[in-house]
Design a protein. Structure first.
Length: 296
């Protein structure tokens, strides 16, 4: 399928965008030019004040976050993520500006930042975020309705199905902090996700037979593959398309198993094929930050 066809299918609502850390690669802090930590390596380095951790902990962010949690408490990881994504001033990712214009009905975003929510800040929508290690309920999600000005928590039966749905399985700092970060979080969340408690009923019904467009995602790590597998359960045939340059043999096998077709192209190629040009100021800021990029 051509990139222009993928973009057109997304505009029609035939493809659901599924966003990974790579969509945030151009994002930098406005004041310092520091790239936003989003992928596993850059998150670990940022959490450890720029210093690498042991080889075992550097393998994956949840493992490193578990080590920090054991030594300094779960709140230390939450404070780090709150500061990173809720307190600092970041430039916009071109893909998020593109999404803001297209406003797809359903978007899945496994990042923990707020750029997707910012893209829908001018319109009512439904926000679903994953939760873990919460007593008193089997559900591993919280739902907030946004009325164009503020969020309020709602029960799944009170959701307006006509509104856009933003699903952030790993959480975000807004309207209040909730994250899936450490190994313990993922064990609990994935167990309940596989058991059917990670998604509200209306979303489980809506996703049947749907196809996806995977953007900014690599599939070399177990946690990201497991989240993807359960979130897109009951997908159509094929399950979708992924933009990925230089895929590994492991990624090729996984995509073949999940009937995800690989297109060796960049996000920028997709935006160009759809006639979208990123704002010049954001492009210049991102280009000027190359010398400070870490962990990618």
């Amino acid at each position: 399928m051509e990139l222009s066809d993928l973009a057109a299918a997304m505009r029609r609502g035939d493809l659901i965008p599924y966003l990974g850390p790579g969509v945030l690669a151009p994002v930098v802090e406005r004041e310092t030019g520091t790239p936003m930590p989003a992928d596993s390596d850059s998150l670990i380095l940022a959490m450890n004040k720029g210093r690498p951790m042991s080889k075992r902990l550097m393998w994956e962010f949840p493992r490193a976050a578990m080590d920090v949690e054991l030594k300094r408490g779960r709140s230390a990881v939450t404070r780090f993520l709150d500061h990173t994504y809720g307190k600092r001033d970041w430039t916009r990712a071109p893909l998020h500006d593109w999404l803001a214009e297209r406003a797809p009905h359903y978007v899945i975003d496994i990042n923990r930042d707020t750029q997707l929510q910012d893209s829908y800040a001018d319109r009512p929508h439904t926000l679903i975020r994953g939760i873990a290690r919460i007593a008193g309920t089997d559900d591993r999600f919280r739902i907030h309705a946004y009325d164009g000005e503020r969020y309020r928590e709602v029960a799944q039966d009170a959701v307006d199905p006509a509104l856009p749905i933003l699903f952030k399985p790993l959480g975000s700092p807004r309207p209040d902090a909730t994250y899936i970060a450490s190994d313990a979080d993922f064990v609990d969340y994935l167990t309940e996700l596989m058991g059917g408690f990670g998604l509200p009923r209306f979303l489980k019904e809506y996703r049947v037979g749907r196809q996806y467009l995977f953007l900014g995602l690599r599939l070399t790590r177990d946690t990201e593959r497991m989240v993807l597998s359960d979130v897109i359960h009951a997908a159509g045939e094929p399950a979708g398309w992924i933009l990925m340059t230089d895929p590994t043999e492991k990624e090729r096998r996984y995509c073949a198993k999940k009937t995800i077709e690989i297109i060796e192209a960049e996000i920028e190629d997709l935006l160009a094929a759809d006639g979208f040009t990123a704002p010049a100021s954001a492009t210049a800021q991102a280009a000027g930050a190359g010398a400070t990029e870490v962990g990618c």
